[in-house]
Design a protein around this ligand. Structure first.
Ligand code: GRG
Length: 292
């Protein structure tokens, strides 16, 4: 299977599993279930589920179905987007090419839809996996979404906005945790569903860290160079908010250089992983060249 056929296959498997595994929209109270589905089924690149499915495929031997884990991490990611868009955070009107959850519904419903998706992620893991690999999956996702990682990264991001200039090390903390944590967790969760050894889990984590940093640097470059229609979210927000980004700290050329360096590091980490890594090699390249 070539790269784009496989990518489309993983995305369509994810879309079908999302529809099947989420509570039906008519579940009482319908409004909250409609809001959860509205944000989850708005499209999006499905990067994290694709990473779960791709990582699981690297390993042979005894495997649990990786799809519920893929849906769980997409639920977690979507909760973070809904909350990030709220007026008390980024105050955004556009996400995944349509009005943000609080614009389409209202703030209270959006807050609750985020809460419900966060909780549902763990419900899915507990329902679909036995103790092994279930406990490890729960621990991995809980750690990545914790106050030390995803929430911690978001907190430092908000604190950094109030400063004239954040340092390079503050910026790295923000991105390693706000962005790379979920990318790392997706790969590790895929490995866990496939019973990967501790050494291979460490390898997946290393790959995720570099891929996550590449993803974020490209995100900063796109925010300063692309338009809102292409991005499906408001462009140019970082500069407008005076935010410290890779582009602000290092200039466009510097940010592009950093993106290439982290891409190379990601490919080096990938070369230590087993199985056919061609799909991930192409994904790294696609990520570097992505337009949204
Ligand atoms: C509210 C706890 C909490 C965290 C919010 C996700 C997030 C943290 C902030 C969103 C703002 C942002 C630019 C984050 C860094 C990059 C990122 C996670 C982009 C969104 O992910 P994509 O591009 O989105 O994979 P899609 O919609 O394609 O899934």
């Amino acid at each position: 299977m070539d790269f784009s056929t496989k990518l489309n296959f993983f995305v369509s498997q994810t879309e079908q599993a999302l529809d099947k595994l989420l509570p039906p929209p008519s579940t009482r109270p319908a409004r909250i279930h409609e809001a959860m589905r509205y944000s989850l089924q708005a499209g999006g690149k499905r990067l994290r589920p694709v990473l779960v499915l791709g990582a699981a495929e690297l390993f042979s031997g005894n495997k649990a179905d990786p799809l519920p884990a893929a849906v769980a991490i997409e639920c977690m990611h979507t909760y973070s987007l809904i909350h990030d868009d709220l007026p008390c955070m980024d105050n955004d009107d556009l996400r995944r090419g349509r009005p943000t959850c609080h614009r389409a519904f209202d703030e209270a419903t959006a807050l609750l839809a985020g809460d419900a998706l966060l909780t549902y992620a763990f419900e899915l893991l507990s329902r679909h996996y036995s103790a092994e690999p279930g406990f490890d999956l729960v621990r991995e996702l809980a750690d990545a979404a914790s106050s030390r990682r995803l929430v911690g990264g978001q907190m430092e991001d908000l604190l950094a906005e109030k400063k004239a200039d954040a340092t390079a090390s503050e910026l790295e903390f923000i991105h390693l945790n706000k962005t790379a944590a979920m990318i790392e967790a997706a790969l590790v969760m895929g490995g866990l569903t496939a019973n990967a050894s501790k050494a291979k889990i460490t390898g997946l984590r290393k790959f995720g860290r570099e891929l996550g940093l590449t993803f974020q640097i490209v995100d900063d470059i796109l925010d300063s160079t692309a338009d809102s229609a292409t991005l499906g979210k408001t462009a140019g927000k970082d500069a407008k908010a005076g935010k410290t980004t890779f582009v602000k700290l290092h200039g466009l050329d510097g940010a592009r250089r950093f993106a290439r360096e982290h891409t190379e590091a990601a490919l080096a980490a990938l070369s230590a992983l087993p199985g056919d890594t061609a799909f991930f090699q192409q994904l790294v390249d696609t990520m570097l060249k992505r337009k949204n």
